[in-house]
Design a protein around this ligand. Structure first.
Ligand code: ADP
Ligand code: ZN
Length: 440
Protein backbone atom coordinates (compact mmCIF):
# COMPACT_ATOMS: atom_id res chain seq x y z
CA UNK A 1 0.00 0.00 0.00
CA UNK A 2 1.66 3.18 -1.10
CA UNK A 3 -0.70 5.91 -0.08
CA UNK A 4 1.76 7.71 2.22
CA UNK A 5 -1.02 9.80 3.65
CA UNK A 6 0.92 11.66 6.35
CA UNK A 7 3.51 12.87 3.89
CA UNK A 8 1.28 13.36 0.84
CA UNK A 9 -1.33 15.41 2.68
CA UNK A 10 1.06 17.00 5.14
CA UNK A 11 0.42 20.53 6.35
CA UNK A 12 2.61 22.86 4.23
CA UNK A 13 4.48 24.20 7.27
CA UNK A 14 5.31 20.68 8.40
CA UNK A 15 6.39 19.86 4.88
CA UNK A 16 8.72 22.83 4.80
CA UNK A 17 10.22 21.79 8.14
CA UNK A 18 10.94 18.37 6.69
CA UNK A 19 12.43 19.98 3.59
CA UNK A 20 14.82 22.15 5.61
CA UNK A 21 15.90 19.16 7.66
CA UNK A 22 16.52 17.10 4.54
CA UNK A 23 18.22 19.99 2.77
CA UNK A 24 20.80 20.15 5.56
CA UNK A 25 21.48 16.46 5.19
CA UNK A 26 21.70 16.86 1.41
CA UNK A 27 24.21 19.70 1.78
CA UNK A 28 26.25 17.56 4.12
CA UNK A 29 26.33 14.72 1.58
CA UNK A 30 26.88 16.97 -1.44
CA UNK A 31 29.84 18.66 0.26
CA UNK A 32 31.72 15.38 0.05
CA UNK A 33 31.75 15.46 -3.76
CA UNK A 34 34.64 17.23 -5.51
CA UNK A 35 32.22 19.51 -7.39
CA UNK A 36 30.03 20.73 -4.52
CA UNK A 37 32.94 20.58 -2.04
CA UNK A 38 34.47 23.31 -4.13
CA UNK A 39 31.26 25.30 -4.64
CA UNK A 40 30.48 25.30 -0.92
CA UNK A 41 34.00 26.35 0.00
CA UNK A 42 33.85 29.25 -2.43
CA UNK A 43 30.46 30.38 -1.08
CA UNK A 44 31.15 29.68 2.60
CA UNK A 45 28.24 27.20 2.75
CA UNK A 46 27.70 24.69 5.57
CA UNK A 47 24.55 22.74 6.53
CA UNK A 48 23.96 25.46 9.15
CA UNK A 49 23.56 28.08 6.41
CA UNK A 50 19.96 26.92 5.90
CA UNK A 51 17.11 28.01 8.18
CA UNK A 52 14.36 28.16 5.58
CA UNK A 53 13.85 26.96 2.04
CA UNK A 54 14.40 30.49 0.72
CA UNK A 55 18.03 30.21 1.90
CA UNK A 56 18.60 27.87 -0.99
CA UNK A 57 19.11 30.97 -3.13
CA UNK A 58 22.49 31.37 -1.46
CA UNK A 59 23.65 28.58 -3.73
CA UNK A 60 24.47 28.83 -7.42
CA UNK A 61 22.57 26.79 -10.03
CA UNK A 62 23.86 23.47 -11.31
CA UNK A 63 23.63 22.92 -15.07
CA UNK A 64 23.85 20.03 -17.49
CA UNK A 65 27.17 21.52 -18.57
CA UNK A 66 28.47 21.15 -14.98
CA UNK A 67 27.51 17.47 -15.14
CA UNK A 68 29.34 17.10 -18.44
CA UNK A 69 32.42 19.01 -17.29
CA UNK A 70 32.72 16.79 -14.22
CA UNK A 71 31.99 13.54 -16.02
CA UNK A 72 32.06 10.83 -14.80
CA UNK A 73 32.78 10.92 -11.06
CA UNK A 74 33.00 14.61 -10.11
CA UNK A 75 29.57 14.66 -8.39
CA UNK A 76 30.00 11.42 -6.50
CA UNK A 77 29.75 11.74 -2.72
CA UNK A 78 30.63 8.17 -1.80
CA UNK A 79 33.36 5.64 -2.58
CA UNK A 80 32.53 3.52 -5.63
CA UNK A 81 32.12 0.51 -3.40
CA UNK A 82 28.88 2.04 -2.07
CA UNK A 83 27.38 2.62 -5.53
CA UNK A 84 25.12 -0.06 -6.94
CA UNK A 85 23.83 1.35 -10.24
CA UNK A 86 24.27 4.04 -12.85
CA UNK A 87 21.92 5.40 -15.49
CA UNK A 88 23.09 7.54 -18.33
CA UNK A 89 21.79 9.58 -21.25
CA UNK A 90 22.72 8.65 -24.79
CA UNK A 91 25.32 11.42 -25.09
CA UNK A 92 24.79 12.29 -28.72
CA UNK A 93 25.62 15.95 -28.09
CA UNK A 94 28.77 15.55 -26.03
CA UNK A 95 29.82 13.62 -22.97
CA UNK A 96 26.85 11.67 -21.71
CA UNK A 97 25.47 12.66 -18.33
CA UNK A 98 25.59 9.92 -15.77
CA UNK A 99 23.70 9.49 -12.51
CA UNK A 100 24.82 7.17 -9.72
CA UNK A 101 22.71 5.49 -7.08
CA UNK A 102 23.54 3.80 -3.80
CA UNK A 103 21.23 1.34 -2.10
CA UNK A 104 19.34 4.10 -0.29
CA UNK A 105 18.71 5.98 -3.56
CA UNK A 106 17.34 2.94 -5.35
CA UNK A 107 15.09 2.18 -2.41
CA UNK A 108 13.81 5.73 -2.11
CA UNK A 109 13.19 5.89 -5.88
CA UNK A 110 11.20 2.63 -5.77
CA UNK A 111 9.05 4.10 -2.99
CA UNK A 112 8.44 7.27 -4.98
CA UNK A 113 7.48 5.25 -8.03
CA UNK A 114 5.09 3.08 -6.00
CA UNK A 115 3.56 6.19 -4.44
CA UNK A 116 3.20 7.78 -7.89
CA UNK A 117 1.50 4.74 -9.39
CA UNK A 118 -0.88 4.54 -6.44
CA UNK A 119 -1.62 8.25 -6.91
CA UNK A 120 -2.68 7.49 -10.51
CA UNK A 121 -5.04 4.79 -9.29
CA UNK A 122 -2.88 1.70 -9.91
CA UNK A 123 -3.33 -1.03 -7.28
CA UNK A 124 -1.67 -4.33 -6.39
CA UNK A 125 -4.50 -6.08 -8.22
CA UNK A 126 -3.35 -4.61 -11.55
CA UNK A 127 -1.43 -6.51 -14.20
CA UNK A 128 1.07 -3.88 -15.28
CA UNK A 129 2.92 -4.03 -18.61
CA UNK A 130 5.96 -1.78 -18.81
CA UNK A 131 6.42 -0.98 -22.48
CA UNK A 132 9.73 0.79 -22.50
CA UNK A 133 13.46 0.21 -22.85
CA UNK A 134 15.17 -1.60 -19.99
CA UNK A 135 18.75 -0.42 -19.85
CA UNK A 136 20.43 2.87 -19.22
CA UNK A 137 17.10 4.65 -19.85
CA UNK A 138 15.40 5.14 -16.47
CA UNK A 139 11.86 4.32 -17.65
CA UNK A 140 12.49 0.57 -17.66
CA UNK A 141 14.01 -0.25 -14.30
CA UNK A 142 12.54 2.84 -12.64
CA UNK A 143 9.00 1.66 -13.30
CA UNK A 144 9.88 -1.99 -12.72
CA UNK A 145 10.98 -1.42 -9.13
CA UNK A 146 7.91 0.72 -8.42
CA UNK A 147 5.46 -1.74 -9.94
CA UNK A 148 6.93 -4.54 -7.85
CA UNK A 149 7.00 -2.47 -4.68
CA UNK A 150 3.33 -1.64 -5.16
CA UNK A 151 2.70 -5.34 -5.64
CA UNK A 152 1.23 -5.48 -9.14
CA UNK A 153 1.87 -8.42 -11.39
CA UNK A 154 4.58 -6.87 -13.53
CA UNK A 155 5.22 -7.65 -17.19
CA UNK A 156 8.67 -6.26 -18.06
CA UNK A 157 7.80 -6.16 -21.76
CA UNK A 158 10.53 -3.77 -22.90
CA UNK A 159 10.19 -1.47 -25.91
CA UNK A 160 8.93 -2.12 -29.44
CA UNK A 161 7.68 -5.26 -31.16
CA UNK A 162 4.06 -4.19 -31.20
CA UNK A 163 2.61 -7.57 -32.14
CA UNK A 164 4.29 -9.12 -29.15
CA UNK A 165 3.07 -6.29 -26.89
CA UNK A 166 -0.48 -6.97 -28.03
CA UNK A 167 -0.09 -10.70 -27.47
CA UNK A 168 1.19 -10.08 -23.93
CA UNK A 169 -1.80 -7.85 -23.25
CA UNK A 170 -4.24 -10.45 -24.49
CA UNK A 171 -2.53 -13.49 -22.93
CA UNK A 172 -2.17 -12.06 -19.44
CA UNK A 173 -5.08 -9.64 -19.27
CA UNK A 174 -2.99 -6.50 -18.83
CA UNK A 175 -5.00 -3.85 -16.98
CA UNK A 176 -2.40 -1.08 -16.81
CA UNK A 177 0.59 -0.09 -18.91
CA UNK A 178 3.28 2.51 -19.22
CA UNK A 179 4.63 3.78 -22.54
CA UNK A 180 5.66 7.00 -24.22
CA UNK A 181 2.67 8.70 -25.89
CA UNK A 182 4.16 8.68 -29.41
CA UNK A 183 4.54 4.91 -29.21
CA UNK A 184 0.98 4.33 -28.03
CA UNK A 185 -0.50 5.97 -31.09
CA UNK A 186 1.58 3.59 -33.24
CA UNK A 187 0.58 0.61 -31.14
CA UNK A 188 -3.04 1.53 -31.77
CA UNK A 189 -2.45 1.35 -35.52
CA UNK A 190 -1.05 -2.15 -35.11
CA UNK A 191 -4.15 -3.16 -33.11
CA UNK A 192 -6.26 -1.90 -36.01
CA UNK A 193 -4.14 -3.68 -38.60
CA UNK A 194 -4.64 -6.92 -36.66
CA UNK A 195 -8.39 -6.34 -36.73
CA UNK A 196 -8.49 -5.71 -32.98
CA UNK A 197 -10.04 -2.93 -30.93
CA UNK A 198 -8.16 -2.29 -27.67
CA UNK A 199 -11.38 -0.94 -26.12
CA UNK A 200 -13.17 -4.25 -26.58
CA UNK A 201 -10.40 -6.78 -26.89
CA UNK A 202 -8.17 -5.86 -23.93
CA UNK A 203 -8.75 -5.33 -20.23
CA UNK A 204 -6.76 -2.10 -20.15
CA UNK A 205 -8.07 0.48 -17.67
CA UNK A 206 -5.12 2.74 -17.03
CA UNK A 207 -2.21 4.03 -19.08
CA UNK A 208 0.70 5.97 -17.69
CA UNK A 209 2.25 8.22 -20.32
CA UNK A 210 5.26 10.47 -20.10
CA UNK A 211 8.96 10.91 -20.83
CA UNK A 212 8.23 13.27 -23.72
CA UNK A 213 6.13 16.38 -24.20
CA UNK A 214 2.60 15.83 -25.40
CA UNK A 215 -0.53 17.92 -25.46
CA UNK A 216 -3.84 17.54 -23.66
CA UNK A 217 -5.37 16.79 -27.08
CA UNK A 218 -2.91 13.93 -27.55
CA UNK A 219 -3.81 12.53 -24.12
CA UNK A 220 -7.54 12.66 -24.89
CA UNK A 221 -6.93 10.85 -28.18
CA UNK A 222 -4.99 8.11 -26.43
CA UNK A 223 -7.76 7.74 -23.84
CA UNK A 224 -10.28 7.49 -26.63
CA UNK A 225 -8.27 4.95 -28.66
CA UNK A 226 -7.70 2.58 -25.77
CA UNK A 227 -10.82 3.30 -23.73
CA UNK A 228 -8.74 4.14 -20.64
CA UNK A 229 -7.71 6.94 -18.34
CA UNK A 230 -4.20 8.13 -19.23
CA UNK A 231 -2.09 9.78 -16.52
CA UNK A 232 0.85 12.05 -17.13
CA UNK A 233 4.14 11.01 -15.54
CA UNK A 234 7.15 13.30 -15.32
CA UNK A 235 10.72 12.69 -14.37
CA UNK A 236 14.30 13.09 -15.46
CA UNK A 237 17.38 10.96 -14.91
CA UNK A 238 19.13 13.67 -12.94
CA UNK A 239 16.32 13.51 -10.33
CA UNK A 240 16.15 9.63 -10.41
CA UNK A 241 14.00 9.22 -13.49
CA UNK A 242 10.23 8.63 -13.44
CA UNK A 243 8.41 9.19 -10.15
CA UNK A 244 9.27 12.87 -9.73
CA UNK A 245 5.78 14.22 -10.47
CA UNK A 246 2.57 12.36 -11.28
CA UNK A 247 -1.06 13.08 -11.93
CA UNK A 248 -3.74 11.98 -9.50
CA UNK A 249 -7.24 10.88 -10.48
CA UNK A 250 -8.22 14.51 -11.14
CA UNK A 251 -5.74 14.79 -14.03
CA UNK A 252 -5.27 18.48 -13.38
CA UNK A 253 -1.51 18.84 -13.03
CA UNK A 254 1.26 16.64 -11.71
CA UNK A 255 1.89 16.43 -7.96
CA UNK A 256 5.59 16.95 -7.49
CA UNK A 257 6.85 15.10 -4.43
CA UNK A 258 8.10 17.94 -2.30
CA UNK A 259 9.35 15.76 0.54
CA UNK A 260 12.01 14.60 -1.95
CA UNK A 261 12.50 17.70 -4.12
CA UNK A 262 12.59 21.46 -3.71
CA UNK A 263 10.95 23.14 -6.68
CA UNK A 264 11.70 26.58 -8.06
CA UNK A 265 10.42 28.17 -11.26
CA UNK A 266 12.75 30.80 -12.69
CA UNK A 267 12.90 33.12 -15.63
CA UNK A 268 15.55 31.46 -17.81
CA UNK A 269 16.87 34.87 -18.92
CA UNK A 270 17.12 36.76 -15.62
CA UNK A 271 17.41 33.60 -13.47
CA UNK A 272 15.06 35.24 -10.96
CA UNK A 273 11.97 33.48 -9.58
CA UNK A 274 8.84 34.12 -11.66
CA UNK A 275 5.69 35.36 -9.91
CA UNK A 276 3.46 32.59 -8.50
CA UNK A 277 1.63 30.61 -11.14
CA UNK A 278 3.67 31.91 -14.09
CA UNK A 279 5.56 29.78 -16.56
CA UNK A 280 9.33 29.48 -16.43
CA UNK A 281 12.14 26.97 -16.17
CA UNK A 282 11.84 24.25 -13.58
CA UNK A 283 14.76 24.14 -11.15
CA UNK A 284 15.01 21.24 -8.72
CA UNK A 285 17.00 20.20 -5.68
CA UNK A 286 17.06 16.58 -4.53
CA UNK A 287 16.28 16.00 -0.84
CA UNK A 288 16.56 12.25 -0.55
CA UNK A 289 19.48 11.26 -2.71
CA UNK A 290 22.83 10.32 -1.25
CA UNK A 291 25.23 9.13 -3.96
CA UNK A 292 24.76 12.13 -6.21
CA UNK A 293 22.53 14.87 -4.85
CA UNK A 294 21.93 17.81 -7.19
CA UNK A 295 21.28 21.31 -5.97
CA UNK A 296 19.29 23.92 -7.90
CA UNK A 297 19.53 21.85 -11.06
CA UNK A 298 18.32 23.70 -14.15
CA UNK A 299 16.12 21.16 -15.93
CA UNK A 300 15.43 23.42 -18.96
CA UNK A 301 11.84 22.15 -18.81
CA UNK A 302 9.20 24.84 -19.07
CA UNK A 303 6.17 24.69 -16.81
CA UNK A 304 4.37 26.49 -14.01
CA UNK A 305 2.97 25.68 -10.60
CA UNK A 306 -0.82 25.48 -10.66
CA UNK A 307 -2.05 27.61 -7.77
CA UNK A 308 -4.54 26.32 -5.21
CA UNK A 309 -5.26 22.98 -3.56
CA UNK A 310 -6.13 19.75 -5.36
CA UNK A 311 -9.42 18.00 -4.72
CA UNK A 312 -7.58 14.74 -3.96
CA UNK A 313 -6.28 16.19 -0.69
CA UNK A 314 -2.60 15.93 -1.53
CA UNK A 315 -0.84 19.12 -0.54
CA UNK A 316 2.25 18.76 -2.73
CA UNK A 317 2.40 21.39 -5.47
CA UNK A 318 1.10 20.61 -8.92
CA UNK A 319 3.16 21.20 -12.05
CA UNK A 320 1.33 22.09 -15.19
CA UNK A 321 1.93 19.93 -18.26
CA UNK A 322 5.51 20.47 -19.46
CA UNK A 323 5.29 22.43 -22.70
CA UNK A 324 8.80 21.45 -23.78
CA UNK A 325 12.40 22.22 -23.04
CA UNK A 326 13.67 25.73 -23.46
CA UNK A 327 15.90 24.40 -26.25
CA UNK A 328 12.92 22.85 -28.13
CA UNK A 329 11.87 26.31 -29.23
CA UNK A 330 12.88 27.29 -32.73
CA UNK A 331 12.68 30.60 -34.53
CA UNK A 332 11.30 30.70 -38.05
CA UNK A 333 10.78 33.96 -39.94
CA UNK A 334 11.14 35.82 -36.67
CA UNK A 335 8.43 33.82 -34.86
CA UNK A 336 9.17 31.74 -31.76
CA UNK A 337 7.58 28.32 -32.11
CA UNK A 338 7.27 25.33 -29.79
CA UNK A 339 6.49 21.98 -31.44
CA UNK A 340 3.68 21.43 -28.90
CA UNK A 341 1.80 24.45 -30.28
CA UNK A 342 1.65 22.68 -33.62
CA UNK A 343 0.71 19.36 -32.04
CA UNK A 344 -2.10 21.11 -30.16
CA UNK A 345 -3.56 22.37 -33.46
CA UNK A 346 -3.14 19.07 -35.31
CA UNK A 347 -4.60 16.80 -32.65
CA UNK A 348 -7.83 18.83 -32.59
CA UNK A 349 -8.45 18.05 -36.26
CA UNK A 350 -10.31 14.73 -36.54
CA UNK A 351 -8.89 13.79 -39.97
CA UNK A 352 -5.33 14.01 -38.67
CA UNK A 353 -3.66 10.69 -37.84
CA UNK A 354 -1.15 10.01 -35.12
CA UNK A 355 2.15 11.38 -36.36
CA UNK A 356 3.66 14.57 -37.72
CA UNK A 357 7.10 15.96 -38.49
CA UNK A 358 8.27 19.55 -38.66
CA UNK A 359 11.18 20.22 -41.01
CA UNK A 360 12.93 23.57 -41.20
CA UNK A 361 14.57 24.06 -44.53
CA UNK A 362 16.07 26.81 -46.65
CA UNK A 363 14.26 26.86 -49.97
CA UNK A 364 15.40 29.42 -52.60
CA UNK A 365 17.11 31.42 -49.89
CA UNK A 366 14.05 31.52 -47.61
CA UNK A 367 13.65 29.61 -44.40
CA UNK A 368 10.48 27.53 -44.52
CA UNK A 369 8.62 25.40 -42.01
CA UNK A 370 7.33 22.22 -43.61
CA UNK A 371 4.78 20.29 -41.60
CA UNK A 372 4.18 16.74 -42.76
CA UNK A 373 1.00 15.34 -41.31
CA UNK A 374 -0.18 11.75 -41.36
CA UNK A 375 -3.86 11.62 -42.27
CA UNK A 376 -6.21 8.86 -41.10
CA UNK A 377 -6.61 5.99 -43.54
CA UNK A 378 -10.25 6.61 -44.46
CA UNK A 379 -9.37 10.13 -45.53
CA UNK A 380 -6.44 9.17 -47.68
CA UNK A 381 -8.55 7.73 -50.44
CA UNK A 382 -7.34 9.73 -53.41
CA UNK A 383 -10.04 12.42 -53.24
CA UNK A 384 -7.74 15.28 -54.18
CA UNK A 385 -10.20 18.11 -53.60
CA UNK A 386 -10.93 16.89 -50.08
CA UNK A 387 -7.22 16.64 -49.32
CA UNK A 388 -6.63 20.11 -50.76
CA UNK A 389 -9.30 21.51 -48.52
CA UNK A 390 -7.84 19.77 -45.48
CA UNK A 391 -4.38 21.11 -46.35
CA UNK A 392 -5.78 24.64 -46.39
CA UNK A 393 -7.56 24.18 -43.07
CA UNK A 394 -4.41 22.86 -41.38
CA UNK A 395 -2.23 25.57 -42.92
CA UNK A 396 -4.52 28.34 -41.69
CA UNK A 397 -4.93 26.92 -38.21
CA UNK A 398 -1.18 26.53 -37.73
CA UNK A 399 -0.60 30.04 -39.07
CA UNK A 400 -3.14 31.44 -36.59
CA UNK A 401 -1.37 29.65 -33.74
CA UNK A 402 2.30 30.37 -34.51
CA UNK A 403 1.91 33.49 -36.69
CA UNK A 404 3.88 32.19 -39.63
CA UNK A 405 2.58 30.22 -42.60
CA UNK A 406 3.76 26.62 -42.86
CA UNK A 407 3.99 24.44 -45.94
CA UNK A 408 1.65 21.57 -45.05
CA UNK A 409 2.05 18.18 -46.71
CA UNK A 410 -0.44 15.41 -46.04
CA UNK A 411 1.03 11.93 -46.01
CA UNK A 412 -0.28 8.40 -45.61
CA UNK A 413 -0.59 6.84 -42.17
CA UNK A 414 2.61 5.13 -41.03
CA UNK A 415 4.78 6.85 -43.64
CA UNK A 416 6.77 9.21 -41.41
CA UNK A 417 10.04 7.88 -39.95
CA UNK A 418 9.64 6.43 -36.44
CA UNK A 419 12.36 6.85 -33.85
CA UNK A 420 13.35 4.05 -31.48
CA UNK A 421 12.76 6.04 -28.31
CA UNK A 422 11.31 9.47 -27.74
CA UNK A 423 9.69 11.03 -30.81
CA UNK A 424 11.75 13.47 -32.87
CA UNK A 425 9.33 16.26 -33.76
CA UNK A 426 11.64 18.75 -35.49
CA UNK A 427 14.34 18.33 -38.12
CA UNK A 428 16.32 21.50 -38.62
CA UNK A 429 18.06 21.25 -41.97
CA UNK A 430 18.93 24.94 -41.97
CA UNK A 431 21.88 24.27 -39.72
CA UNK A 432 22.91 21.19 -41.66
CA UNK A 433 23.00 23.36 -44.75
CA UNK A 434 25.22 25.93 -43.07
CA UNK A 435 27.56 23.24 -41.79
CA UNK A 436 27.83 21.54 -45.17
CA UNK A 437 28.44 24.88 -46.91
CA UNK A 438 31.08 25.57 -44.36
CA UNK A 439 32.79 22.27 -44.97
CA UNK A 440 32.94 22.70 -48.74
P1 ADP B 1 16.97 12.90 -21.91
O1 ADP B 1 17.32 14.24 -21.37
O2 ADP B 1 18.09 12.20 -22.62
O3 ADP B 1 15.67 12.85 -22.66
P2 ADP B 1 15.65 11.69 -19.62
O4 ADP B 1 15.18 10.33 -19.96
O5 ADP B 1 16.18 11.92 -18.28
O6 ADP B 1 16.78 12.03 -20.62
O7 ADP B 1 14.45 12.65 -19.94
C1 ADP B 1 13.98 13.63 -19.09
C2 ADP B 1 13.29 14.70 -19.88
O8 ADP B 1 12.18 14.18 -20.61
C3 ADP B 1 12.71 15.77 -19.02
O9 ADP B 1 13.68 16.72 -18.65
C4 ADP B 1 11.65 16.35 -19.95
O10 ADP B 1 12.22 17.23 -20.90
C5 ADP B 1 11.13 15.14 -20.69
N1 ADP B 1 9.93 14.61 -20.03
C6 ADP B 1 9.85 13.62 -19.14
N2 ADP B 1 8.57 13.41 -18.75
C7 ADP B 1 7.81 14.31 -19.41
C8 ADP B 1 6.41 14.61 -19.44
N3 ADP B 1 5.53 13.94 -18.73
N4 ADP B 1 6.02 15.63 -20.23
C9 ADP B 1 6.91 16.33 -20.96
N5 ADP B 1 8.22 16.09 -20.98
C10 ADP B 1 8.69 15.09 -20.23
ZN1 ZN C 1 -4.46 15.64 -6.69
Amino acid sequence: MYWEKDIETSDRRELEKLQVQRLKKTIEYAGRSPFYGNVFKQNGITPESFRSIADIRKLPFTTKQDLRDNFPYGFLTLPKKEIIRLHSSSGTTGNPTVIFHNRHDINSWANLMARSLYCAGIRDTDVFQNICGYGLFTGGLGFQYGIERLGCLSIPAGAGNSQRQIKLMLDYGTTAAHAIPSYLTRLYEVFQAEGLDPKKDTQLKTLVIGAEPHTEEQRRRIEEMFGVKAYNSFGLSEMNGPGVAFECQYQNGLHIWEDCYIVEIIDPETLLPVPDGETGELVMTTLDREAMPLIRYRTRDLTRIIPGPCACGRTHARLDRITGRSDDMFIIKGCNVFPMQIEGVLMKIPEVGSDYLITLETINGNDEMIVEVEVKKDWFNGDISKLDKLTRVITNQIRDEVLTKPIVKLVEPGSLPKSEGKAVRVKDLRQALQISNYQH
